[in-house]
Design a protein around this ligand. Structure first.
Ligand code: NAD
Length: 246
């Protein structure tokens, strides 16, 4: 098991890629701290994992709420003594073309996808520095590499995640902490529900594997990057898209 005795905090763990990541990390022996603003989903997921013999703990958490993040991290430290891995996975979309995008749509996406990542990372970083070890992983996207029609706010947030990742890799690498980002292509989760069927068909065709990805295929990459198998990988943004950008 690659993540035995690691304490891993995963945001947005109630559904989709975050849920799959919690399952994968638990199966690799980690104690998983599942955080999500959706209380019911995260409680259910933690219960299911515990019923399977894993160590899972649910926290209702909105990553835009700094005080609540700090309280959760303090609680995790007092109960488990450390934080080894942070997966900044929580993210949202609010799509519109540039001319139609409201200030509210722009701000909401930046608040969750960018400021949420900053806040959660800042909240755990002192603990990791004290430990002289840690792994910070964040959800970017192919949209954070290439942009996307109708996603000014989302693209801005996901490009920013890569910028923060490279900055933190420089600041924290010398302190024993690795920082990387994952850039999924189009993965079959609820976040794609707002996309028209025709657009999804086109995305499938664009991908050289001719299909969308599954949440488990992204979770596998997070597990690899979180593990000692990736001990010399720092400051990268890994595209996991079935080759859609080729
Ligand atoms: P999803 O919508 O299926 O799940 C997101 C989870 O995050 C939900 O459980 C939701 O309740 C939670 N969440 C949303 N806002 C939150 C907040 N403020 N605080 C705490 N939790 C919050 O999404 P997904 O497809 O699993 O995406 C996960 C991450 O991967 C996101 O950052 C997304 O941008 C990124 N991503 C997804 C895809 C894709 O195609 N699905 C592609 C590239 C990147």
């Amino acid at each position: 098991m690659k993540l035995k005795e690691r304490v891993a905090l995963i945001t947005g763990a109630g559904a989709g890629i975050g849920q799959a990541t919690a399952r994968k990390f638990a199966s690799e022996g980690a104690t998983v701290i599942l955080c999500d603003r959706n209380s019911q989903m995260v409680q259910q997921e933690a219960q299911a994992l515990n019923a399977d013999g894993h160590s899972a703990h649910a926290y209702t958490l909105d990553v835009t709420q700094r005080e609540a993040i700090d309280e959760m991290v303090d609680d995790v430290k007092s109960k488990f003594g450390r934080v080894d891995i942070l997966v900044n996975n929580a993210g949202i979309t609010q799509d519109a073309r540039l001319a139609q995008m409201t200030q509210e749509q722009f701000d909401k996406v930046i608040d969750v996808n960018l400021k949420g990542v900053f806040q959660c990372t800042q909240s755990v970083v002192d603990t990791m520095i004290e430990q002289k070890s840690g792994v910070i992983l964040s959800a970017s996207s192919v949209v954070g590499l290439y942009g996307n029609f109708g996603q000014t706010n989302y693209a801005a947030s996901k490009f920013a995640v890569i910028g923060m990742t490279k900055t933190w890799a420089r600041e924290l690498g010398p302190k024993g902490i690795r920082v990387n980002a994952v850039c999924p292509g189009f993965i079959e989760t609820d976040i794609l529900k707002s996309m028209p069927g025709k657009v999804l068909d086109r995305l499938r065709d664009q991908c050289w594997q001719r299909r969308l990805g599954s949440p488990a295929e992204i979770a596998n990459v997070y597990a690899f990057l979180a593990s000692d198998d990736a001990s010399y990988i720092n400051g990268v943004a890994i595209e996991v898209s079935g080759g859609m950008s080729l």
